[in-house]
Design a protein around this ligand. Structure first.
Ligand code: F0G
Length: 426
C-alpha cells in the first residue's frame, strides 16, 4: 500500500493513498504518494525491466508501467490504463548542435524526446497513472486546467476509457495544434477568459463543487507516473547517471517528479549518486527562478507568483505554479538550480534543435538553452554527461515555427526552368 503524506509537515493524509482524492494538507501544502520501497535487489529489478521490453502485455511495453515496482506499485496490474506511453528516443546531440551549445571537449549531451509520447508530450506518462487511480476511485468525469498539452493528454486517456472529460484553457493562449487535438479526442473545452492561473483556480473549485476527478499535477498520482521520464532515461544510459538533467519548468510538476524519481532510484540501489537537476523558465513567466535566486541570500524568502506571465512559449505561460514547494525540495536534494531565459534565447535554441533534425515545441527548447547557459557558466565542464528533456513535439506549435521560417519558403511556377533557378547552387 502507498501512503499519502504532506510534503511540508509530513502529516499522513491517508494510509492508503488510493482511498483519498485529497491534493492538499490542512497546512496548505501539496500531498505526495509514498510507495513502499521495492523488495527486489537492483540487479533483479534491472533484469525485470529488460525482460519486459521483449514482452507482449500492454503494461510491460509501456515506458511507465515497465517500471511499476517504482511507479505506483500499489495499483492492480489489470487496472493499468496505457497507450504504450514512453519508450521515447534518446538522441545524442549532433555535432552542429553540440558546437552551438559550446559543449566542451569530451562532454556528451543527449536529448530525451518526450514529444514522442502518444499525444506528443511528456504529459502522457503522468496521465496514464493519474487516470488509472481516478478510475479506481470511481471518478465519473475527469477535468484539468491546461496550456494545451495536459488537456490533449487527458482527453485521449479519458476517451480511451469512455469517460467524459472537461478541460479549462486560457482563451486565445493555446496553440491551434493542441486545441484541435483536445477537441478531436472529444473533450469539452472551456475557454476561460483569463490566464492559465485563473483556469487552474477555477478547475480546483469546480472539481470540489461538482465531484470531478482533478488531473492536474497537484494530483499526486500524476507525479508518480511522470517519474518514469527519469527512470527511463537512466535505463537508456545503462543506469550510469548523467551529471546534469535539464528541463523546462512551468507549473513545476515535472521537475518535482524527476527529483522524486532520482531519489527513489537511488533508494532502490539503481543508481549510486544523483544527477544535478536544472530547470529553466521563460523570463516573462519566471516566479520560481526569481525565488530560487532570492533563496541564495535569504532561505526564508517567501514565494511570490508572477501576476502577469507572458512568453512566446505558451506551454509555460504560468505565473502561479502549484508545485513550488516540491520543486524547491528536489533542487535542494540534487544540488540543482533554476534560471530563466528570454524568448529570443528560447527561440534561437528551438531553431538549433529543429535544424538538428530532432525538433521540439518552443517551451521544450528551454532545455537546450539551459545547457548552453550552463556551459557558458562553466557548470558543464569537459567530460560532463548531460541530458535535456524535450517535453513536446515540433508539431505542437506550427504557428510559431512557420512564422519563423516564413522567409525560407520558395514559391515556384510549375515548370522545370523555375525549379532549376530555385535550386541553383544546391
Ligand atoms: N513543456 C511543455 C511542452 C509543457 O506543456 C509544460 C507544461 C512544461 C514544459 C512545464 O511542465 O508544468 O510540469 O513545469 N504544460 C502544462 C499543460 C502546464 O497544461 O500542458 P511543468
Amino acid at each position: 500500500m502507498s501512503r499519502l503524506a504532506c510534503v511540508r509537515c509530513g502529516a499522513l493524509a491517508a494510509a492508503d493513498a488510493l482511498a483519498s482524492d485529497a491534493t492538499a494538507c490542512a497546512c496548505g501544502a501539496l500531498l505526495e504518494v509514498l510507495p513502499p520501497p521495492p523488495q527486489a535487489a537492483p540487479e533483479a529489478l534491472r533484469a525485470r525491466f529488460d525482460a519486459r521490453r521483449a514482452g507482449r502485455a500492454g503494461p510491460d511495453r509501456s515506458g511507465v508501467w515497465r517500471y511499476r515496482e517504482l511507479v505506483a506499485p500499489a495499483l492492480p496490474e489489470a487496472a493499468l490504463v496505457s497507450r504504450g506511453e514512453g519508450n521515447t528516443g534518446l538522441y545524442e546531440a549532433p555535432a552542429a548542435l553540440a558546437r552551438w551549445a559550446g559543449l566542451p571537449e569530451g562532454a556528451r549531451w543527449w536529448l530525451k524526446h518526450e514529444g514522442e509520447n502518444p499525444t506528443g508530450s511528456f504529459k502522457d506518462r503522468g496521465m496514464c497513472a493519474g487516470v488509472t487511480a481516478a478510475l479506481l476511485r470511481g471518478a465519473r468525469a475527469l477535468a484539468c486546467a491546461s496550456t494545451g498539452n495536459t488537456s490533449a493528454s487527458l482527453a485521449s486517456y479519458a476517451a480511451l476509457r469512455g469517460v467524459p472529460c472537461v478541460v479549462f484553457v486560457p482563451a486565445g493562449k493555446v496553440t491551434t495544434g493542441k486545441l484541435a487535438q483536445t477537441l478531436a479526442y472529444g473533450a469539452r473545452v472551456l475557454e476561460v477568459e483569463g490566464s492559465f492561473d485563473d483556469a487552474m483556480r477555477l478547475v480546483e473549485e469546480a472539481a470540489r463543487a461538482f465531484g470531478l476527478g482533478l488531473l492536474n499535477s497537484v494530483n499526486p498520482w500524476r507525479v508518480e507516473g511522470q517519474k518514469a521520464i527519469g527512470l527511463e532515461l537512466l535505463d537508456d544510459l545503462g543506469w550510469a547517471p548523467p551529471d546534469w538533467i535539464v528541463l523546462p519548468a512551468g507549473n513545476l510538476g515535472n521537475v518535482s517528479a524527476l527529483g522524486k524519481a532520482l531519489r527513489e532510484a537511488r533508494g532502490a540501489g539503481l543508481i549510486e549518486r544523483l544527477p544535478r537537476v536544472a530547470c529553466v523558465q521563460a523570463a516573462g513567466a519566471a516566479p520560481f527562478a526569481r525565488w530560487w535566486a532570492a533563496l541564495g541570500s535569504d532561505p526564508a524568502a517567501p514565494f511570490a507568483p508572477e501576476p502577469r506571465p507572458e512568453t512566446v512559449a505558451t506551454a509555460i505561460r504560468i505565473g502561479d505554479p502549484r508545485s513550488w514547494e516540491k520543486a524547491r525540495r528536489e533542487l535542494a536534494a540534487t544540488q540543482g538550480t533554476c534560471f530563466a531565459v528570454d524568448d529570443a534565447t528560447l527561440l534561437a535554441a528551438k531553431v538549433q534543435v529543429d535544424a538538428a533534425g530532432i525538433g521540439c515545441e518552443p517551451a521544450s527548447a528551454a532545455a537546450a538553452a539551459g545547457v548552453r547557459r550552463l556551459v557558458a557558466e562553466g557548470a558543464i565542464g569537459p567530460g560532463a554527461r548531460v541530458v535535456s528533456v524535450l517535453t513536446g513535439h515540433v508539431l505542437k506549435d506550427p504557428e510559431t515555427t512557420a512564422a519563423h521560417h516564413a522567409g525560407a519558403r520558395v514559391r515556384v511556377a510549375a515548370d522545370l526552368g523555375a525549379i532549376e533557378a530555385a535550386i541553383g547552387g544546391l
